[in-house]
Design a protein around this ligand. Structure first.
Ligand SMILES: [Zn+2]
Length: 478
């Protein structure tokens, strides 16, 4: 039978605050285990949580950026469950009054925009981390509470996705929004951005939702996509056999590329949610909401559209530039100095990104500044250096942060436009390449290209190619 795959995603993003959600402990990643803890995040009796306003504002930003409705009243709830990484035996989360509800995010797949609805955006605290020793025979686990209490944003989509292309675009777009708004560093390898997928199948054309399965333990965007493909196949086989898909939570096994049942699906009532008595509700007034709204920058999709319209860039170029906010900012600074959008786009998306990759540079701490790249484009246009030499100058600039003029002077790279100097080289090249001259006179046009190349080689690429070309034609021509 033919089925339609119905996919929803739950996203967890650790917020980029300096301190935890309900205490003053640091959120720094990668330090000695259990060194960033206090009685509050360890859940000692008698302690009281105090909400981190910054974390709440970051969550507001996300809710606004995802077009959610934000009610004036929000509250925290206790979600009770037992697990060794949860010292209080409950997690402070939101259930009855989520910070944001009924939003949406537009995603682009192969040139078409689809709208994926967002069910809710809410704020909660992270759990600790269990460490399972790898040595053979170890019959214990360790727990690190440094992560317990780190602010965590949960974004729940509606099951609006139908294939892995949409899922991939959803994850990428959401990641970009979180990075653009600066509310999470989105480092999947450090666990600060995580996805869980829920998948169900239904007969094509049906509008009833099938029984869904949730998949956890997805460590990268690639595993999300692989797990969805695996699960869609598994469920279709179950249904084809005339059996029912069990509502359950499954764990993805990255090594063997398969999923296995973890537990039957829990329902909200299993968690015995009730309003957190130790925290006050948060009231959001118009003024506060507007102030937060004002801090949200232009988001990637809108910026891409504007780049296409304002700078006449192709969709491909505009996407490359707006993928990383830092690149888009760099580009706009350049264009402010010299209005050559296409040239800057090429420099940034080809040369700059290549150098960053080859030399493993930190894109957030580049030595080269936009006005220096603008100056480079200017001296190419003036004819001071050729575009070939410019590549060499650029390499030096990105390494040292020097101005292009300084590099040109230090390395004596300025283009030779002096006709006397060029003529001397041309004379030498002509006398040592009689065959090429013959060929050219017989009408072989590429012989001229060869001669120009020889002159460029002798001048180490510094002769002005336009002048070389003109002079050569005059000398050997007709
Ligand atoms: Zn603490």
């Amino acid at each position: 039978m033919e089925y339609e795959v119905v996919i929803g995603l739950e996203t967890h993003a650790e917020l980029a605050t300096v301190t935890k959600l309900f205490c003053g402990c640091s959120t720094k990643f990668g330090v000695e285990p259990n060194t960033q803890v206090c009685p509050v995040c360890l859940g000692m009796p008698g302690v009281l949580p105090v909400m981190n306003k910054k974390a709440f504002e970051y969550a507001m930003k996300a809710a606004i950026a995802l077009n959610c409705k934000i009610d004036e009243f929000t509250n925290f709830d206790r979600k009770s469950y037992y697990y060794p990484d949860l010292p209080k035996n409950y997690q402070i989360s939101q259930n009855y009054y989520n910070l944001g509800v009924d939003g949406y995010m537009d995603i682009g797949v192969n040139g078409t925009i689809s709208r994926i609805r967002i069910h809710n955006v809410h704020l909660e605290e992270e759990a600790g981390k269990l460490i399972h020793p790898e040595e053979i025979g170890a019959d214990y686990s360790l727990v690190d509470f440094n992560r317990a209490g780190v602010p965590l944003l949960e974004i729940v989509s509606y099951p609006d996705m139908r294939n892995v292309d949409e899922v991939e675009s959803y994850m990428q777009t959401l990641r970009k929004i979180l990075l653009y708004t600066g509310i999470s560093d989105c480092k999947m390898q450090e666990g600060s951005l995580r996805f869980e997928a829920s998948i169900s199948l239904r007969k094509k054309g049906s509008d009833k939702l099938g029984d869904r399965v949730e998949i956890k333990n997805l460590n990268s965007m690639k595993s999300v996509l692989k797990a969805i493909e695996y699960e869609a196949k598994r469920q279709s086989e179950v249904l084809d056999r005339g059996e029912k898909v069990d509502r359950e939570t499954r764990l993805w096994d990255e090594l063997n590329e398969r999923s296995a049942r973890m537990r039957s699906k829990e329902e909200a009532q299993d968690y015995r949610y009730f309003p957190e008595p130790d925290l006050l509700p948060v009231l959001i007034d118009e003024k506060w909401l507007r102030a937060i709204k004002d801090t949200i920058p232009e988001l990637p999709l809108a910026r891409r559209q504007r780049f296409m319209e304002t700078f006449a860039l192709s969709e491909y170029d505009a996407s490359l530039l707006t993928d990383e906010k830092i690149l888009a900012d760099f580009f706009e600074e350049c264009v402010k100095v010299v209005n050559r959008p296409k040239a800057f786009c090429n420099w940034i998306t080809n040369d700059l990104l290549r150098e960053v990759k080859d030399r493993k540079l930190d894109i957030y701490n580049l030595k080269i500044k936009p006005k220096q790249l603008a100056a480079l484009v200017e001296i190419i246009e003036k004819g001071t250096i050729s575009s070939t030499i410019a590549k060499e100058v650029f390499s030096e600039m990105i390494l040292t942060g020097k101005d292009p003029k300084t590099v040109v002077d230090e390395k004596k790279l300025a283009q030779i436009s002096d006709e006397g100097l060029i003529e001397a080289v041309i004379t030498r090249v002509i006398s040592s390449n009689p065959d090429a001259i013959e060929d050219y006179k017989k009408g072989k046009k590429n012989a001229l290209t060869f001669l120009v190349g020889q002159v460029m080689k002798e001048t180490k690429g510094k002769a002005n190619p336009k002048i070389v070309n003109e002079m050569l034609v005059k000398k050997v021509g007709a």
